[in-house]
Design a protein around this ligand. Structure first.
Ligand code: SF4
Length: 882
């Protein structure tokens, strides 16, 4: 077979820069040669457009090339069978047989291709027919449907009210009652994904972290020539795509899922036998009105023939009164570009439920800088005491209330769940079987043995939870009875789960007094992290924990943290080897691309992702391009000494030393006089930021800084973020035209906090990014220790002789640094300075860990004077260019 070559020029909305051209060419080769690519392209270099144009050019060219090749092969085989055998008839017959086999194979592939083309052609015809139809006709078509919809929606509403306890139906408790359960039932509505089904068209799966990133990507596709010819579908969760208000009101993704599935199944007229009483249940729903198979087809056509993002799909779904969730899933089969969130791709169960077929398709993961951590997080489950106590109380109360009416099989499973939860509560409050420890890590078998839960059949219990919908029923149950509970009036109990508090009370036997749990005082500095909200049924998260234990391999651990109060205690299933969940992707997909703005150190993706997932080293291709911004628009400095020649070393032991804090204050005051506009100063933690700010207030540094910049602090609460950012930007804008002497804003920010990712400090908003110290994670963390130990045992030592655990630890630090300093310089005409404060930044391995476009322009200054002079000159030069 001849080789497919990249075109001489790529289709791009404007003439591409050299680095964009190189990016697309490398991408084309990686896809063609079935490789695994690690691609780095700094923010502001048009990475998304390069990905779109490079990948879609390959897809278009490959489809044409593949069809031509098949036609050529079939023609050649036909020709060969006609040829004269000659004297050596035996070898000629053997050859002819081989050609026949090849011929048949090519013919089947070719016919598959023709079938696909036919499907697409008829889709286009249908679409044209729809377009020709008048709006009136379309409306008429749906009028009848919508009458049904409203009727059924009212029924859905009534049912939902019953479940949530909003009305006073005399038999509403029956709605909360579990139906008879037989473990051998297998009426799973969700179709199982079958990789061997009829081959769909060649696809590119593009995934990114957030819905806004995916929408942004789709908008970029819309700008290119490929939007006319590529069939694109955006996937999202039911919570994002559902248009049934009654279901959406549940406001919890698991419950929206369950509710939707329940609606599709509909409730049958069933007879339940409860202690000899035969109760006939009425049919309470007839499916979601927005999900009707045949009208969905026209919606699916619409989805495939017009590139739309999630918001546009929802609008379209509402207009056509059709479910966007099922419409998009139905469109996957004929789509060429499937845009989907991380979870849908990376979680096997979700992937299969969605019908994502990896085999021979392309996978592109964007914003992949934290991919390993993301995979680990998706497959790790954290449970707090409140959730456990809540679920325990909920189930007990449920049993107390309905016990006599529940079938033995239901009771058996509920008791097993309660037993499991009790064991978890016991272990997190006591620290383990033998002695009280603040924290401990154990393997899954050891944990099961220690908690005496090793004889539970998790498979059967999970099957029961799923089929009986017990989590949804319990949620309805708690909603129904919650108002009758007297909640402590004080606002100070806000952080305690309302549900758990209620449930703890309800769990007590009748007439018994609930022991008052003294609420812990809430710190004025409460962060989002220590505010605990339990939404939906706490049983859902416990179900996930059980599922993790069931699927656990040797790479899973259970981490128990015993807090000073039960509420601060947690238990976590921790996945140590994320690559195990990337194995199928690496082995089934034709090619895989992981791309990001800062992918350093690439060795981590190579070793811990691809190689550990079983890929051969020669299948991996690395590509890193520079910035579109020329070197003279960046001033990157490492500084080892402050203005009074104090060595800058912000280690955990030294960083609170008053001499160090004084020196930091002097650096900041000086930098604020030299740099115009906005400055973002990153500190290693919220705690340290707090200490620095308090010290600066006490010593008058804040006052001195305020003479040059308005000082802002990163808020700890997410809901205050917008206000701070908008004030910060407003000050920068106003100061550029005023003569107050204040030249902009200074933002004290936190590495890994809310400002260190996803927020752009472009142009005047970020003329300087300062990094104070190296944000190494806490080595005392049991999770980190376990992970490092695991890597030391399972990953080979690198060429520099450092242990893999140590490399991982260093990488965690530098990935945070790179994310933070990447906030500035966001486009070709932008310019900024980066100041790295700590003598450890001078080490060669530190410089190597920085993105290439920064490290190659780095200036090492061991005197503050020289750094200051470089900065002054840099900004003076920029001023003169204005
Ligand atoms: S079918 Fe669609 S619109 Fe209806 S409940 Fe399910 S997700 Fe929502």
């Amino acid at each position: 077979m001849s080789m497919l070559q990249p075109p001489s020029t790529f289709e791009f909305p404007f003439p591409p820069y050299d680095i964009q051209e190189a990016f697309m060419r490398n991408l084309f080769h990686t896809l063609q040669e079935k490789k695994l690519g690690i691609f780095e392209s700094p923010t502001g270099t048009g990475k998304s457009l390069s990905l779109i144009c490079g990948a879609l050019t390959w897809l278009r060219d490959y489809n044409k090339f593949y069809k031509d090749e098949l036609e050529k092969k079939i023609a050649e085989a036909e020709e060969a069978t006609k040829a004269d055998d000659g004297p050596d008839w035996f070898s000629a017959a053997t050859k002819r047989q081989a050609i026949q086999v090849e011929f048949q194979k090519s013919k089947v592939e070719y016919q598959n291709l023709l079938k696909q083309e036919e499907r697409i052609a008829s889709l286009k015809t249908r679409r044209q027919a729809v377009k020709r139809a008048t709006v009136k006709k379309v409306d008429d078509e749906f009028d009848q449907l919508f009458k049904d919809i409203q009727e059924v929606q009212q029924s859905v509403q009534r049912e939902l009210q019953a479940v949530s306890g909003e009305n006073d139906l005399t038999n509403d408790d029956y709605e909360l009652l579990l139906e008879d359960y037989h473990s051998d039932d297998d009426d799973c509505w969700e179709k199982k994904n079958n990789e061997d089904e009829e081959q769909d068209c060649l696809k590119i799966y593009f995934c990114s972290r957030t819905h806004s990133q995916l929408s942004q990507f789709v908008r970029e596709v819309q700008k290119t020539i490929f939007s006319e010819e590529t069939r694109v579908v955006s996937l999202a969760s039911r919570q994002n795509l559902c248009i049934n208000e009654a279901v959406l009101r549940l406001n919890n993704s698991s419950m929206v899922n369950d509710r939707c599935l329940e609606l599709q199944r509909g409730k049958q007229n069933t007879k339940s036998h409860m202690d000899g009483i035969v109760t006939k249940k009425k049919k309470t729903s007839s499916g979601c009105p927005f999900y009707k198979q045949s009208p969905l087809d026209t919606f699916t056509d619409q989805i495939l023939l017009e590139v739309q993002d999630i918001e546009q799909l929802v609008t379209q779904g509402k207009k056509m009164k059709k479910c966007p969730y099922y419409g998009t899933r139905q469109a996957i089969k004929d789509a060429q570009l499937v845009v989907l969130p991380y979870n849908t791709l990376l979680h096997k169960g979700t992937r299969e439920a969605c019908g994502i077929k990896l085999k021979d398709n392309i996978v592109i993961v964007d914003e992949a800088h934290n991919l390993l951590e993301t995979i680990a997080n998706i497959h790790s489950v954290l449970l707090g005491h409140a959730q456990l106590a809540g679920a325990h109380a909920q189930l007990n109360h449920y049993m107390n209330r309905y016990g006599k009416k529940l079938t033995p099989s239901n009771l058996l499973y509920i008791k097993q769940i309660i037993f499991f939860i009790s064991a978890l509560i016991k272990v997190i409050t006591s620290g383990g079987k033998e002695k009280k420890q603040p924290s401990c890590v154990m393997t899954v078998p050891k944990f099961l043995c220690n908690t005496y839960t090793d004889n539970l059949n998790f498979f059967k219990i999970l099957q029961y939870i799923e089929k009986s919908k017990i989590a949804l029923k319990l949620h309805g149950f708690s909603q129904k009875y919650e108002p009758s509970v007297q909640m402590p009036a004080s606002e100070t109990t806000k952080q305690q789960s309302k549900t758990s508090s209620f449930l703890a009370k309800m769990a007590q036997p009748k007439n018994s007094k609930v022991p008052e749990e003294t609420p812990a005082p809430v710190s004025e500095k409460a962060t989002d992290e220590n505010e605990e909200y339990v939404s939906g049924s706490p049983l859902m998260q416990i179900t996930e924990f059980m599922r993790a234990l069931l699927g656990a391999s040797v790479d899973g651990r259970v981490v128990i943290q015993v807090g000073s109060t039960p509420r601060k205690s947690t238990i976590k299933y921790l996945l140590l080897n994320p690559a195990s969940h990337f194995h199928d992707i690496v082995h089934k997909a034709r090619a895989v691309i992981v791309a990001g703005g800062t992918m350093q150190p690439m060795s981590e993706f190579r070793e811990q992702l691809f190689i550990t997932a079983g890929a051969p080293a020669n299948r991996i291709h690395e590509f890193s391009c520079g910035h579109v911004v020329p070197g003279e628009q960046l001033m990157a400095i490492t500084l080892s000494h402050g203005p009074t020649n104090t060595l800058l070393e912000f280690t955990y032991q030294k960083r609170e030393d008053p001499r160090m804090l004084d020196e930091l204050g002097r650096v900041l005051v000086n930098v604020c006089t030299a740099v115009p506009g906005g400055i973002v100063c990153f500190l290693p933690s919220y705690d340290y930021e707090d200490k620095v700010f308090t010290y600066f207030q006490k010593t008058g540094v804040i006052q001195r800084l305020s003479g040059k910049k308005k000082v802002f602090r990163e808020p700890k609460k997410t809901n205050q973020l917008d206000a701070v950012l908008s004030d910060y930007a407003k000050t920068v804008r106003l100061c550029s035209t005023s003569n107050t002497g204040i030249t902009g804003s200074l933002l004290l920010s936190v590495v890994g906090g809310k400002m260190s990712e996803g927020i752009n400090f472009s142009d005047n908003l970020g003329r300087c990014v300062i990094m104070v110290g190296l944000p190494y994670p806490n080595t005392q963390s049991p999770e980190l220790k376990e992970k490092m130990e695991y890597l030391n045992k399972n990953v080979k030592v690198g060429p520099d002789g450092r242990l893999p655990g140590q490399v991982f630890y260093e990488n965690l630090c530098f990935k945070s640094v790179n994310q933070s300093i990447g906030r500035a310089i966001r486009h070709r005409n932008d310019y900024a300075s980066i100041l790295l404060l700590d003598q450890r930044y001078e080490r060669p391995q530190s410089v190597k860990a920085l993105p290439g476009w920064i490290s190659k322009h780095i200036n090492h200054c061991n005197k503050f004077g020289s750094a200051f002079a470089l900065m002054r000159k840099f900004f003076a030069g920029k001023k003169s260019q204005l």
